[in-house]
Design a protein around this ligand. Structure first.
Ligand code: GLC
Length: 550
């Protein structure tokens, strides 16, 4: 620890997720990049967030949007160079923003030199022992076990031997282009120690640990008991041999020691979709990760009882381990919540498997999304904002099939469109695509809807009633009013269809999820609301109040 106290900025930070290839393009190739992000840093400062989480920026064939990494210690040329990353870090730090990078350690790209060497070296070689190569069942023609891929279909792909004959199978819990590493291999552990140090030495403030529960497997790789057509619904799994296996925690502890060896420490946040808050709390024990995304909150339908139960269970499970909660509504993996909340079935689906989703009422969805923003930013702990949610962007549900890139689309046999609809490049300014995302006349890597002129950053900055203005005001109030960040949490006047709580004596948040207006007389002085309100809080509206003042 070098004698310095560990820093605790992450306990109540608001972290903005930058999905790099859709944020802002600076070199006119239609793909977002580090130059674009650097130019827009003042926007993020003005918005009022504390830190950025940048999705994978490493050299990658982009079979899964960069979550297939071919070199962990460099930057993909589409995004820039290591010098650009250094410049970004220096500028962000100069502006008071922390930077978190995304580490994909469960799997590499199938083009990573380790995997290419494993393919070339053949069965039984030390090169293959970094991954899970196994002989197939039924004389080799069937996968070694029944494990499934998060993107659909079996988690095994058969390779061809150098002479062209069918060979062994390798494991990939995600796409076939993402072979799983065997974390029992000491070389894998050592190499990732060095990768962590590489980025920490450059000044990265934290790491998002991708797919953390996947990193350990039960020895012998026994069947999981998945039935035909089973989906990767890890939130329901108990005792699964390829997910949330205890060995994961040894890896996380090892990483924590490395982070703690840097002055002030470094933050770790895990992506861990596991079975309930108790299992999740194991990832944030004092010697493991600092925080973990709260997928139970993200997946909750727009229902007061459900939300209250998730909030209670999250806080109760984290209390014994002393970790702060995180609150997340959207990410690059989920149907945007404006659209989800506009549907009769508003819970989030698994990894883009949003099949047969009913049509959304986007007016209702946006109203609820604005209320949800005030709820999220008032809860105790840290919050995540996914780029574009501050603009109230909906899911783009009508992308032409030929532009879809998410592996889910192919692997589901074209039954699920996957996650591209939440990854459409941001609209910054102007009246028509590309809305300032890239140079005029250039097509962004995913097409933007023609009717986003009213949603651009420029349009919304000029409108005090816009969703962007709501987020800005809320984020700045969150900084100014101590209760929002540190006040003790207690439920207030809880009615069936209302989520209402205090944060200490001077801050109250009330969200009306009922069909009726709610009488607010005597509840406090209005600080901010998600829609106009006076004595009555309309349905699907949230308000921040100062109790005891009028
Ligand atoms: C995480 C990422 C997701 C990616 C997957 C495989 O869930 O958020 O985008 O597809 O890991 O790396």
């Amino acid at each position: 620890m070098h004698g310095a106290q560990p820093e605790t900025w992450w306990r109540d930070a608001v972290v903005y997720e930058v999905y790099l290839r859709s944020f802002a393009d600076s070199d006119g190739d239609g793909i977002g990049d580090l130059g674009g992000l650097r130019r827009r840093l003042p926007y993020l400062v003005d918005l009022g967030v504390d830190a950025l989480w940048i999705t994978p920026w490493y050299p990658s064939p982009m079979a899964d949007g960069g979550y297939d990494v071919a070199d962990y210690c460099d930057i993909d040329s589409r995004f820039g160079t290591l010098a650009d990353a250094d410049a970004l870090l220096a500028e962000a730090h100069g502006l008071g923003l922390r930077v978190i990078t995304d580490l994909v350690a469960n799997h590499t790209s199938d083009r990573h030199p380790w995997f290419l060497a494993a393919l070339a070296a053949g069965p039984g070689s030390p090169e293959r022992s970094r991954y899970f190569f196994r002989d197939g069942r039924a004389g080799g023609s069937e996968p070694p076990n029944d494990w499934i891929s998060a993107f659909g279909g079996p988690a095994w792909t058969r390779v061809r031997d150098p002479d062209g004959s069918p060979g062994q199978w390798y494991l990939h819990l995600f796409a076939p282009e993402q072979p799983d590493l065997d974390w029992d291999h000491p070389g894998v552990r050592d190499d990732f120690d060095a990768i962590l140090r590489f980025w920490f030495d450059r000044g990265i403030d934290g790491i998002r640990v991708d797919a953390a529960p996947a990193m350990a497997k039960v020895t012998g790789l026994p069947d999981a008991g998945h039935g035909p057509g089973a989906l990767f619904e890890s939130r329901t799994w108990v005792g699964n041999p390829h997910w949330d296996v205890d060995g994961v925690h040894d890896i996380l502890r090892r990483w924590r020691r490395i982070g703690d060896s840097y002055e002030g420490g470094r933050l770790f946040v895990t992506e861990a979709v596991v079975n309930g808050p108790e299992r999740l709390s194991r990832y944030v024990r004092p010697d493991e990760m600092h925080t973990s995304f709260n997928f139970d909150y993200l997946a909750s339908p727009w229902d007061a009882g459900h939300l209250r139960a998730v909030i209670d269970a999250s806080l109760a499970a984290l209390e014994p381990v002393g970790a702060p909660a995180t609150w997340v509504l959207s990410s690059h993996d989920e149907t945007r919540h404006v659209t989800r909340f506009g549907r009769a079935r508003s819970a989030a689906a698994t990894m883009g498997f949003d099949t047969g989703a009913p049509a959304a009422d986007l007016g209702v969805g946006l109203r609820r999304a604005r209320a949800a923003a005030l709820l999220t930013l008032a809860l105790p702990g840290s919050a995540y904002v996914y780029q574009g949610e501050e603009l109230g962007l909906p899911e783009v549900e009508d992308l032409p099939e030929e532009v879809l890139q998410d592996p889910t689309w192919e692997r589901s046999g074209h039954t699920s469109r996957g996650r591209d609809g939440c990854r459409v490049p941001l609209p910054w300014s102007g009246g028509r695509p590309p809305f300032g995302f890239t140079d005029d006349g250039v097509e962004p890597w995913l097409p933007q809807p023609a009717d986003w002129a009213g949603s651009t950053v420029a349009a919304q900055l000029a409108d005090p009633t816009s969703t962007l203005s709501l987020y800005r005001t809320a984020l700045h109030l969150r900084r100014r009013i101590p209760g929002v960040r540190s006040g003790a949490f207690s439920w207030w006047r809880t009615a069936d269809d209302v989520v209402a709580f205090d944060r200490g004596p001077a801050f109250r948040c009330v969200v009306n999820l009922s069909d009726e207006p709610l009488d607010l007389r005597g509840a406090g002085r209005h600080l901010l609301s998600s829609a106009p309100c006076a004595d009555l809080l309309p349905p699907d509206t949230a308000v921040w109040l100062e109790p005891g003042a009028s």
